[in-house]
Design a protein around this ligand. Structure first.
Ligand code: BES
Ligand code: MN
Ligand code: ZN
Length: 502
């Protein structure tokens, strides 16, 4: 990761040196602080705006170097469009758009977080700061020659960035929470971006164990421990790999009542998915390093909750394996006995995620008796066919839970789209030889995968998020160009904050 900028919250004073960022709207109006700062430059901005056809549209940036009359190196004007219509996610994106246009040499940057219309709330200002943090993230650890930022002006420089806000105390407080979430997202991104020779199950478990520093209780189950518990489905997936499998339990007990039933979040952590004996084609197989994005999200979320000391009990469980072809691999035709006691006929060793999850889910449900379970998994290529990379697939046995996740998706922009579950699809995974098969054929591939999982959660309110489209191989957005987007951390943080911290 590149050297990150230092972001702090400051008082709304107008600096006279360095780089100044001000906000404008579709009327090219400014807040009082910006107006005062720009006054010595006369009508410079209006003239440049006209020449450049800058009209204050949202996330459009006008950058003036050495603006005459001012002692600034750069004056940067960021458009908000109709600023009154801006929602939390829009302020986040605006922060990202600003960070993306900071000049490469900028060291001393002040963002005046004030709207033309007047006061900007603490949460909104903190979202701008979070957007800056996320946009500044770069995964360039393995580039020995060119570090991003040195040769490309669109890359955010390492700098001191002050977000100057009207409500300084409120914004500082909001930033503590937002920065915690930001660090959780960065952790999730790192985990997804890391190559599979570096991030294998034992190393992933070691990195998750570092959450101890934040007060998260960690348990790491090794293969003998999982064997003893009867997790033969999860273990079968990892048995062809030289790398040992692990199951990690992360507990954050922030509720007043320590005994209160937790919210449980379970993640698929296939550190590399070759498909196993049902081997995948070579094209794009390297992307399968991201097949642990569900587990990365769970780990990033636990980081976020602990770092902001969330007042709630949450347990995160991740199943970590590597799916490899080998003389000792599991085979199509094998019948596995899962932790729950149900038996599974393996049809395709590339449908491995559900085998990892079924043991993690059943174990989590039985041991923690959670009030609800949400799992995240890069589970099926079929969800990419159905929804592309914009929405994650949401499957749930509980309407209220589904609605709350959908709502949190709208607030954060991490969108989910509900898909069906029904007895018809469940039948498709009945097996001739065992209780079920691990695939249901070509049709409705994401649904039959979800039906499989549903057989392991009993009556507990449960939601499954298929993040094969959203969790990895992300395209560029205002909040970054990281291949691993850290998808789901903001979604689940919002879901928990909105409903389970009262
Ligand atoms: N990890 C893959 C799903 C995947 C595909 C994730 C593309 C991200 C991008 C999963 O383990 C898998 O291989 N699923 C199979 C299931 C099939 C064999 C029933 C698939 O989707 O083809
Ligand atoms: Mn697979
Ligand atoms: Zn997989």
């Amino acid at each position: 990761m590149a050297e990150a900028p230092k972001i702090s919250i400051a008082e709304l004073k107008t600096p006279v040196t360095g780089t100044l960022v001000v906000l404008t709207d579709e009327n090219l109006d400014f807040g009082a602080a910006a107006r005062a700062a720009m006054k010595p430059s006369g009508d410079l901005f209006q003239r440049v705006a006209k020449i450049e056809k800058f009209t204050g549209k949202r996330n459009k940036i006008l950058s003036l170097a050495a603006p005459s009359g001012l002692k600034l190196e750069h004056l940067i004007v960021a458009g908000t469009g109709k600023s009154k219509e801006m929602k939390a996610e829009d302020w986040l994106k605006l922060g990202g758009a600003i960070a993306g246009r900071l000049p490469a040499g900028a060291r001393n940057v002040t963002v005046l977080a004030q709207t033309p219309g007047g006061k900007l709330g603490a949460d909104e200002a903190a979202q701008i700061a979070l957007g800056i943090k996320l946009r500044a993230y770069k995964f360039d650890r393995y580039k020995t020659k060119k570090k991003s930022g040195e040769d490309d002006e669109s890359k955010t420089p390492a700098a001191d960035i002050r977000v100057a806000a009207e409500d300084v105390a409120g914004t500082k407080k909001a930033w503590v929470a937002a920065e915690a979430v930001g660090s959780g997202i960065v952790l999730a991104r790192e985990l997804v971006n890391e190559p599979p020779n570096v991030l294998f199950p034992v190393e992933f478990a070691r990195r998750a164990s570092e959450l101890k520093k934040l007060g998260v209780q960690i348990e790491v189950l090794d293969e003998p421990a999982m064997k003893k518990l009867g997790m033969h489905a999860l273990l079968a997936v990892g048995q062809g790999s030289e790398r040992d499998s692990r199951l990690v339990v992360m507990r954050w007990n922030g509720a007043k009542k320590k005994s209160e039933a937790p919210v449980a979040i379970v993640g698929k952590g296939v550190c590399f998915d070759t498909g196993g004996i049902s081997i995948k084609p070579a094209a794009s197989m390297e992307d399968m390093k991201g097949d642990m994005a569900g587990a990365a999200c769970v780990t990033g979320l636990m980081h976020a909750l602990a770092a902001r000391k969330a007042k709630t009990n949450v347990v995160g469980v991740i199943g970590l394996v590597e799916n490899m072809p080998d003389g000792n691999s599991y085979r199509p035709g094998d019948i596995l006995k899962s932790y729950s006691g149900q038996t599974i006929e393996v049809i395709n060793t590339d449908a491995e995620g559900r085998l990892v999850l079924c043991d993690a889910l059943a174990y989590t449900n039985e041991r923690f008796k959670p009030k609800l379970i949400i799992d995240l998994a890069t589970l099926t290529g079929a969800i990419l066919v159905a929804l592309g990379q914009e929405y994650a697939g949401l499957f749930s046995n509980d309407d209220k839970l589904a609605e709350r996740l959908t709502e949190a998706g709208k607030v954060t922009g991490e969108l989910v789209w509900r898909m069906p579950l029904a007895p018809y699809y469940d039948k498709m995974i009945d097996s001739k030889f065992a209780d079920m098969k691990n695939t249901g054929g070509r049709f409705g591939g994401s649904i039959t995968a979800a039906q499989f999982l549903q057989r392991y959660i009993g009556k507990t309110p449960w939601a499954h998020l298929d993040i094969a489209g959203t969790g990895m191989a992300a395209h560029n957005t205002e909040i970054g160009d990281s291949w691993g987007p850290g998808w789901g951390v903001r979604l689940l943080n919002e879901f928990i904050a909105a409903h389970y911290e009262k």
